[in-house]
Design a binder for this molecule. Structure first.
Ligand code: CA
Length: 236
């Protein structure tokens, strides 16, 4: 959280200084504005993560500033108000601030609220990131999904053994790249495999029977004479 930029909007100099001091001490970058119009300018220019926004401001008041900022960004807003009758409006739909504090407030409480909002936002962002990346390989007539270990060829599901699948994935992950038998043995069977490299040829043959319309003239898994094999297809 240190290094996060926070915009403080308050026209009362002593309060502005106090909040700045406490947030700076926590390692936040602090920028300030003393009226609504410069608050909008600052928010647009500096993209703060959070805005501490007083309701009572000269010119455009904090409620209007909050409404406008909410329309153009999803920055978090903590409002300050001296009037409890404004609270419903502040957190309600018409303004939609994320939190509020009533004046007078303790600066420690303000720091705690700021951190709580930022934690919440980070948790939400983290939840989105938890979605695992899609490692599925997609080609014109072939889909290989390593997570479900399903293979779809010409719109039909193909049953592969574990080794067949691993071999296909090893090749299809790098279309056009030539692998020799040792490389394929290591990637699919592992370092400890004590067998012979003939096992690769056998499994290539098995794969071709399942994935080539003419196994004798393969187009998908091609033999590179004297070297090994390559997978040939355009990725979608
Ligand atoms: Ca004020």
């Amino acid at each position: 959280m240190p290094g996060t930029t926070i915009l403080i909007v308050e026209d009362e100099e002593p309060i502005l200084d106090l909040i700045s001091k406490y947030l700076l001490a926590e390692g936040f970058n602090v920028i300030t504005a003393r009226d609504g119009v410069s608050a909008l300018t600052q928010a647009r220019a500096a993209h703060p993560a959070l805005i501490v926004l007083d309701v009572m401001l000269p010119g455009m008041d904090g409620l209007e500033v909050c409404r406008r900022i909410q329309q153009e960004s999803d920055v978090y807003i903590l409002m300050l108000t001296a009037r409890t009758e404004e609270i419903d409006k502040i957190v309600g739909l018409s303004v939609g601030a994320d939190d509020y504090l009533t004046k007078p407030f303790s600066p420690r409480e303000l720091v705690a609220r700021v951190k709580a909002i930022l934690r919440r936002s980070r948790a939400a962002a983290g939840a989105e990131r938890k979605e695992p990346p899609d490692r599925t390989l997609r080609f014109d007539n072939l889909i290989v999904n390593p997570d479900t270990r399903e293979v779809c060829f010409n719109d039909a599901q193909v049953e592969l053994t574990t080794r067949e699948f691993d071999l296909l994935y090893a090749l299809a992950e790098y279309p056009g790249r030539v692998f020799n038998r040792d490389q394929l043995l290591e990637r699919v069977w592992g370092h400890d495999f004590a067998g012979i490299d003939r096992v690769v040829d056998v499994h290539i043959g098995l794969l071709r029977r399942k994935l080539e319309s003419d196994a004798a003239n393969p187009t998908l898994i091609q033999t590179v004479r004297g070297v090994g094999y390559k997978f040939v297809a355009k990725r979608n």
